[in-house]
Write a protein that binds this ligand. Structure first.
Ligand code: 4HQ
Length: 236
């Protein structure tokens, strides 16, 4: 998958060279191209921001460097162009799976009070938020999106880490996990997990997932119950 990033802080994206994503980049499964918006500024001081018309706090990113960066990186508009912003629809696993099916995405990162609205109108396909809180820039949201989407790219995860048996793959929260030692600080691993009865283990895990989801995320629980009732109705 090809991921293009436009930012005034390109060095922040060096963290993508660490861990599972770093491996995926080395293998060529993931191609992340980061471009510095400042390099496209025609201003004599390479400025990328200015005071807002109408007054008010902070600075706004000017249209020229952004417009030229975006259209140099994606001349034919073959990429799905995304602006990270609290105004966007909140990222969830369904959106992650949809974006993972794109061949090419471009992430535009704004800083300060944001970018000139005309760039959103001219150059952006979709605004996405990572949650209802305010950050200093779109770089961390872009990296969160890259991380979540990359997990769906073929070959990035090993078979033992696959996306098919985790939180949200069935719409429920994950059941509790245990590993060695069998006894730690006086606490034992649940007996059922030690028995090797796979049907019993599967039933226990589903019951745990349902309990935890009902307690912590009643919204997801209600959605799951609705979905399973519909599926039982049409002989699934
Ligand atoms: N910002 N989800 C302000 C965010 C954000 C979020 C990015 C801060 C855009 C201009 N982005 N800049 N939350 O808080 O995506």
């Amino acid at each position: 998958m090809k991921i293009k990033v436009a930012t005034i802080f390109p060095e922040m994206f060096d963290v993508l060279d660490v861990g599972i994503l770093g491996k995926a980049k080395q293998k060529g499964l993931l191609d992340v191209e980061v471009v510095n918006i400042r390099d496209y500024s025609t201003d004599k001081h390479k400025k990328t921001d200015d005071a807002p018309f109408g007054g008010g706090a902070g600075m706004v990113m000017t249209p020229q460097p952004l417009h030229d960066t975006i259209n140099a990186m994606d001349k034919d508009h073959s990429a799905r162009r995304i602006y990270l912003s609290p105004r966007g629809k909140t990222l969830d696993q369904k959106m992650v799976e949809r974006l993972a099916r794109e061949e090419e995405i471009m992430l535009v990162c704004g800083s300060y009070e944001g970018i000139d609205e005309r760039i959103i109108a001219l150059d952006i396909d979709e605004e996405i938020s990572i949650g209802d809180y305010v950050l200093t820039g779109g770089e961390l949201p872009a990296m969160i999106l890259i991380n979540a989407v990359s997990r769906y790219v073929d070959g990035v995860l090993g078979s033992s880490e696959s996306t098919s048996e985790e939180s949200f793959s069935n719409g429920l929260l994950e059941y509790p996990q245990y590993t060695r030692p069998q006894e730690f600080e006086g606490m034992s691993v649940p007996q059922v997990l030690l028995g090797g009865n796979h049907k019993q283990i599967e039933d226990w895990r589903l019951a745990q997932s349902l309990d935890i989801t009902r307690q912590r995320r009643p919204d997801l629980y209600d959605e799951y119950i609705k979905k399973t009732q519909i599926n039982n109705g049409k002989e699934k």
